[in-house]
Design a protein around this ligand. Structure first.
Ligand code: ATP
Ligand code: MG
Length: 238
């Protein structure tokens, strides 16, 4: 059977500048893939291109065996994709409950807000609060719960732990594990390399517009990746 996500020869960027110069990437059903690389490498651009927010100039994206390269963002959501963008994917002026309710898509009948609370119990005491009044960690937890409710096949997560306190980061990673346990495949952009490697089944290193490594976390030299974040060579085992 083909992979859940199959990316071939993907070229995309902004105006005439190609940021992604030929990306080949597979994400298997129900697996966790970490996408790691230095600032400006194109991680966000790749997630946005997969979500249909950036239009590629070459290459294909297949989701569940279906070519979605020309599909619009909402059609990809319908096809089982969920993007949690940089920052918070929540509506700050709405309550937690409203944020969750809005996320239950019309084609999903077997989920309810209660289910999200069962999976992410920390939100239970905050249901009536305005999302914008929650801590950064709680807002990201809400974003994960919203993603969970849409029953995606694949979640694209752009640095969901960024700027959070260590304890909140622990909770977010526990939340990511819960999503994965629910059968959702994750493509995870993370600056916390060690934690990402711990959770991931597969790791992809990106640098200068292309993937420099795809393979098992056990083959990756964590220190080398972290050095890569500081602008040095991004090669496994270097
Ligand atoms: N909207 C935009 N218009 C023009 N160039 C952009 C735009 N967004 C990003 N870029 C450029 O594209 C390149 C890749 O940026 P991208 O945000 O994808 O990198 P990233 O790996 O997510 O970086 P970071 O770790 O800082 O989040 C960078 O050179 C950036 O300046
Ligand atoms: Mg980014």
């Amino acid at each position: 059977m083909s992979a859940l996500l199959e990316v071939r020869g993907l070229v995309a960027g902004y105006g005439r500048v190609a940021v992604l110069r030929g990306i080949d990437l597979d994400v298997e059903r129900g697996s966790v893939a970490a996408l790691l690389g230095p600032n400006g490498a194109g991680k966000t651009t790749l997630l946005r291109t997969l979500a249909g927010l950036v239009r590629p100039t070459a290459g294909t994206v297949r989701l569940g065996g279906v070519d979605v390269t020309a599909r619009r963002p909402h059609e990809r959501v319908r096809g089982g994709l969920c993007l949690i963008p940089e920052g918070h994917g929540v509506f700050p002026s709405l309550s937690v409950r409203e944020n969750l309710r809005l996320q239950v898509p019309p084609w999903v009948r077997d989920t309810s807000v209660d289910e999200a609370i069962a999976a992410f119990p920390a939100l239970g005491t905050a249901l009536g609060r305005r999302a914008g009044s929650l801590s950064g960690g709680q807002q990201q937890m809400l974003a994960l719960a919203r993603c969970f409710l849409s029953r995606p096949k694949l979640a694209l997560l752009d640095e969901v732990s960024m700027g959070l306190a260590p304890r909140a980061i622990d909770e977010i990673f526990a939340g990511l594990r819960r999503l994965a346990e629910a059968g959702v495949a994750l493509l995870l952009v993370e600056q916390y390399v060690a934690r990402a490697l711990e959770l991931a089944d597969t790791v992809h290193l990106i640098g200068r517009g292309g993937l420099t490594f795809s393979g098992s976390p056990t083959e990756v030299d964590e220190d080398a990746v972290v050095r890569g974040y500081l602008g040095h060579a991004l090669e496994p085992g270097s």
